[in-house]
Design a protein around this ligand. Sequence first.
Ligand code: HEM
Length: 410
Amino acid sequence: MSRRTAPLLDETAIVAAQGYTWLPGLRRAAPNGVARTRVLGQRAVGLCGEDATRFFYDEDHVRRQTAIPGPVQSTLFGHDAVHTLDGDAHRRRKSLFLSVLTPHAVADLTRSVADAWDAEVAAWGSGRHEVLFDAASRVLTRGVCRWAGVPLEDREVAPLARDLTSMVDGFATLGPRHWRARRARGRREAWLAGVVEEARAGSVPVPPGSALEQVARHRDEHGEPLEPRLAAVELLNVVRPTVAVCWFVSFAAHALHRWPAHRQPLASGDTGAARASTHEIRRFYPFAPFLGGRAVRDLMWRGEPIPKGALVLLDVYGRNHDPATWDDPYAFRPERFADRPIGAFDLIPQGGGDPATGHRCPGEGATVGLLETLVMRLAATDYRVPDQDLAISLRRVPAKVRSGFVVDPV
Ligand code: HEM
């Protein structure tokens, strides 16, 4: 039997064991770099490269409906979220995110989070240990909820931050982290569905133009409002990934510790250096391992057939470390982004293509803005780094600095 048609062993357990290295390894071993495998009981083909990214983002080739596994929807995205839609329904729902995340709104969000950071750091006393991942998650939770119009009392900030980070932390495992994520999502969808209903009834104040207001009054392609649970899912799809920027903040601290020469320009407020560091952090450190869609018809890629209905996996981690695009890809070198235009299909930690028409992350501008601001503030903060486990395992998805990055404020 040929390699193209041979029944293959299901690799789901191997994906879980190998994490970020699974798809790159499989591609290296395959002719043409096109990996053929079987995951979740389905045929799958793994691709990487600039052309592969363009191929993947063409809706005539790959669509998302039925491609995102239930356990990922039950934790990370929510069921029936924008991530699972195609065609007109997708573009209509996507327009909601684009109008919530205009450059002007992103500037407001960044200011709100910066204020929350300044308040958090002002309260740090010397002689204390602070886990930066947790501190950043609280700062982002406070900042994004204030900006989004989501009512939140001070005492609710830490538990909400824990629930939001749990939803991200548990999507790629079926162990205890997964069940924590499901419980967190159930709790928070119920809570925000209630907030949306109150907003519609006029019984809570709703800041004009806020994410809460826009989600509450959004109409689908049939002119219908989102039912409250779905509105909560999409409001969470603004709030949750904003808080996930805490992953990048702890990676930033890791980078400043490993390569301290980068600190000074950032501490002195060099915005060009902050932009370059932000891109390099998003490229270098592992976050989304790969993206999945489904072949809409029999396709051909580099002479290799991809049968209709097969899963098509785009290797995001592999693309961000692709030597065809990135010189010395495993070196942390923010300078590579000085004056470098970024193509729609080359730096893809948040997806590729056009965010308005395809599935590329609509929060990329917000992520970059937040990370630039927080990286400069972090570099300007005086702290010592005590002994701790700073390992980042490529087997764990999503990867994390094992200690959460502990700092001793000075
Ligand atoms: C989609 C990563 C921050 C909202 C995505 C995708 C990735 C991603 C990989 C999938 C792209 C695809 O399916 O083709 C990240 C990372 C972030 C981040 C690593 C930083 C921690 C944000 C922020 C927001 C956001 C701040 C909103 C405020 C969304 C939404 C989608 C999405 C709504 C679905 C888009 C669609 O399916 O059309 N993101 N994101 N993300 N992201 Fe982000």
